[in-house]
Write a protein that binds this ligand. Structure first.
Ligand code: FMN
Length: 368
C-alpha cells in the first residue's frame, strides 16, 4: 500500500456538480448485452446494477439514442417509453440498495453496426466501413459500408442525443455521459481516418470537433451542463480508429468544451506518464475522471487500486474501473480492505444472456 493520504482520498466523499458521491471509485460503462431485443433493460440488469450500488457513481452502459445507432444485438437503448420504464427499474433498484447517483452513457455506434442488428444501414461521417467483422444474431459478419450522413442526418442525430438525455433523466439518472470514445460515431467524426468530409464537419481539427461540440451543447441545453459528462479515448485504436493527430485534435476539442462547465471529462486509458494526459489535465478546469491502464488479459490482483491511486496522485479527481467492477460487485469494500478480488471469468460473457458471468460473481460475505 502506498501513501496513505492518497489512499484515503479514493474512499473519501466528493462532489460532482450538484451531486454528492460517497467515494471516488466510479463503475465505468460496460456493455453486457443483457437487454431485451428492443433495447429495454431487463429485471436481471436491475439486479446486476443493484449489486454494484456501493460504487461512488455508476455510469451505466452504452445506450443508443436512436434505432440506427445500435451496435450489437441486445444492447440497451434510450429512445422509447419502454426503454425509460426499463431503466427506471434499474435506477430504482440501485437507489433501494443504497446506491449513489447513476449516469447513463449515450452511444451512437456509427459504422459500428449492422443491418442484421438494427434493421438499418449504419450511418457515419464518411462511407468507410469498419475494417473488422461484427457480431450479429447469426454470428460474425463483415461490416457493411455505412451511408455518409447528410447535414439533415447530423441535425437529427444531435436532437436524438438531446431527447435521449431528457429520457435518461425521466428514468431516474442524475445525468448522462456523451460517448466520444472507442471508435463510435462521435469518435469517427474526430479521427481523420474515418472522417473524410469536405464540409464544415471535416478537414481541420476545428471542423472535426464540431459535431461533438454540437452534441454536447444540445445535451447540456436539454438537461443542464452540470449533468453532462464527456468520454474520450485519445490515441485509442479500438474499432479501427486512428487518432493520428491526437496531440492537436484533443487540445482543439478541449479549447471548446472546457468553457462549457460540464460535470466531468472522462479519459479512457489515462496514463499519468503520457504528455497528452498531462496536457489535458492542465487544459481541463473541471472534474477529471481517469480510467487507468490495466493489463489486458486479466485484472491485477489488487483490483486496480495502485493504478487508481497513481492516477489520483497525477491529478485525476475520480477514478473509473471497468472489469474490476464487472467481476466484483463489492469492489469498493475489497479495495478499501485489501481483500482479494475475483478475477474476470470466461472473458466477458457477452451475447449469451442470463446470469452466468453476470450476476453470479460472489461478494466477500458469500465466500467467507
Ligand atoms: C465487457 C466490456 C464492455 C464495455 N462496454 C463499454 C461501453 O459500453 N462504453 C464504453 O465507453 N466503454 C466500454 N468498455 C470499456 C470500459 O469502460 C473500460 O474503459 C475498459 O474496460 C478499461 O477499463 P478496465 O481496465 O478497468 O476494465 C467496455 C469494456 C468491457 C470489458
Amino acid at each position: 500500500m502506498t501513501d496513505t493520504a492518497t489512499t484515503s482520498r479514493l474512499f473519501a466523499p466528493t462532489r460532482l456538480g450538484p451531486l454528492n458521491l460517497p467515494n471516488r471509485l466510479v463503475m465505468a460503462p460496460l456493455t453486457r448485452n443483457r437487454a431485451a431485443a428492443d433495447g429495454s433493460p431487463t429485471p436481471l440488469m436491475a439486479e446486476y446494477y443493484a449489486q454494484r450500488a456501493s460504487a461512488g457513481l455508476i455510469i451505466a452502459e452504452a445506450s443508443t439514442p436512436n434505432a440506427v445507432g445500435q451496435t450489437y444485438p441486445n444492447i440497451t437503448a434510450i429512445h422509447t417509453d419502454a426503454h425509460v420504464a426499463g431503466w427506471r427499474r434499474v435506477t430504482e433498484a440501485v437507489a433501494a440498495a443504497g446506491g449513489g447517483p447513476m449516469f447513463l452513457q449515450i452511444q451512437h455506434g456509427g459504422r459500428v453496426g449492422h443491418p442484421d442488428n438494427s434493421g438499418l444501414t449504419p450511418v457515419a461521417p464518411s462511407p468507410i466501413p469498419l475494417p473488422e467483422t461484427i457480431h450479429t444474431p447469426t454470428g460474425r459478419q463483415d461490416a457493411v459500408v455505412p451511408r455518409e450522413m447528410t447535414p439533415e442526418d447530423i441535425r437529427a442525430t444531435v436532437n436524438d442525443f438531446a431527447a435521449a438525455a431528457r429520457r435518461a433523466l425521466d428514468a431516474g439518472f442524475a445525468g448522462v455521459e456523451v460517448h466520444s470514445a472507442n471508435g463510435h460515431l462521435l469518435h469517427q467524426f474526430l479521427a481523420p481516418n474515418t472522417n473524410r468530409r469536405t464540409d464544415a464537419y471535416g478537414g481541420s481539427v476545428d471542423n472535426r470537433v464540431r459535431f461533438v461540440v454540437e452534441v454536447v451543447d444540445a445535451v447540456a441545453a436539454a438537461i443542464g451542463r452540470e449533468r453532462v459528462g464527456l468520454r474520450i479515448s485519445p490515441g485509442n485504436t479500438v474499432n479501427g480508429i486512428a487518432d493520428t493527430d491526437a496531440d492537436t485534435l484533443y487540445p482543439a476539442l478541449l479549447a471548446q468544451v472546457a468553457t462549457r462547465n460540464l460535470a466531468y471529462l472522462h479519459i479512457v486509458s489515462a496514463d499519468p506518464e503520457q504528455p497528452l494526459f498531462q496536457r489535458i489535465r492542465a487544459d481541463w478546469p473541471g472534474t477529471l475522471i481517469g480510467n487507468p491502464v490495466l493489463p489486458r488479459e486479466q485484472i491485477p490482483a489488487d483490483g486496480g487500486r495502485q493504478a487508481a491511486e497513481r492516477l489520483l496522485a497525477a491529478g485525476a479527481d475520480i477514478v473509473a474501473l471497468g472489469r474490476p467492477f464487472l467481476a466484483n460487485p463489492d469492489l469498493v469494500e475489497r479495495l478499501r480492505t485489501g481483500a482479494p478480488v475475483n478475477p474476470v471469468r470466461d472473458r466477458y460473457m457477452m451475447y449469451v444472456g442470463g446470469p452466468t458471468g453476470y450476476t453470479d460473481y460472489p461478494t466477500l460475505g458469500a465466500v467467507r
